[in-house]
Ligand binder design. Structure first.
Ligand code: ZN
Length: 300
């Protein structure tokens, strides 16, 4: 395969020329140089004409044939010749391959960012190690950028506390209930912070919350027109704990009743319902046969 073929496989549609390939057991190193016509100054957009210097930059790329791939890329540094620009020189970037101040290729960043979004830090690091992608926990977490917070609150806003560190530090999570996604995260669980958020983000018509009063006072202060609703989870949790508490409270009573029932004669069953007849499906027949077998063997 000629050099042009290698470029088509490794860098399709990208302006680089492969000059050498070194294959070793621990990985593949591809030497390449940028061959675009010029590059533009990141500050003023002026295309560079005069080359200041050349330098080599090593950057990680996704593995090839099961081995880590490193690109040793020769890039140019240009003079910025626009007088009004504060920048004297700038390094060229290869579109779809390099980015300023990054040691990973554009494609590699897309992969690792997807892993970070799906798995987070430590599990992501384990997967990257298995896939031979050089990305640690801190690097993965650094790739995550928070999505923009909408200017207006969603129509149905859910609010609840969550623990940054259980028993130590709590925050507040705000959810768009209809779209089922997180809208924002607040650094504390007190009413003042939530009230400020509601003032800055108007528009909530219904606010689902737990049954504690802290968020309720915030709603009364900052969104008095919104309808407050106890969310289903907290309603059920509160109901079950209330039932449990009541049962516990009347335990002697319940025990007395149970004892009287045990002493009394078992009530005759009047007109029992006929046993349900199931259609003889294959599974039913097999289960009955197996049941009969088990009891026959047990008797033996
Ligand atoms: Zn410039």
């Amino acid at each position: 395969m000629g050099a042009a073929g290698v470029e088509d496989v490794l860098f399709p549609g990208i302006d680089v020329r492969v000059t050498a390939i070194h294959v070793a057991a621990e990985g593949v190193i591809v030497e390449a140089s940028a061959c675009g016509w010029t590059a533009s100054c990141p500050d003023c957009g002026c295309p560079g004409r005069r080359i200041h210097s050349r330098y080599t930059r090593r950057q990680a790329e996704g593995p090839v044939v099961g081995r880590p791939l490193v690109i040793s890329l020769q890039l140019r540094r240009f003079f910025c010749e626009r007088r009004t620009c504060n920048r004297r020189t700038f390094a060229e970037q290869v579109p779809d391959l390099t980015e300023r101040q990054r040691r990973h290729s554009v494609g590699m960043r897309r992969w690792t960012r997807t892993i970070a979004t799906s798995l987070g830090g430590r599990p992501g690091e384990r997967l990257c190690r298995a896939l031979q992608l050089p990305a640690g926990r801190t690097h993965l977490l650094g790739l995550l950028t928070a999505p923009a917070v909408p200017e207006r609150a969603p129509r149905v806003l859910g609010v609840d506390e969550f623990a940054f560190r259980k028993g130590w530090r709590y925050g507040t999570v705000l959810v768009d209930v209809e779209a089922a996604h997180v809208v924002d995260v607040l650094p504390d669980r007190d009413a003042v912070i939530f009230a400020d958020w509601l003032r800055e983000h108007p528009g909530a018509e219904i606010i689902c919350r737990d049954r504690a009063s802290a968020y309720s006072s915030a709603v009364r202060d900052a969104a008095p027109d919104a309808q407050e609703v106890a969310d289903r989870w907290h309603l059920l949790a509160n109901l079950s704990s209330a039932v449990e508490k009541t049962c516990h409270q009347y335990r002697p009573c319940l025990r007395k009743q149970a004892e009287t029932e045990r002493v009394a004669q078992p009530r005759p069953i009047i007109n029992p319902l006929p046993p349900p007849t199931l259609p003889p499906t294959k599974i039913a027949v097999r289960t009955r046969d197996r049941y009969a077998d088990i009891h026959r063997l047990l008797a033996e």
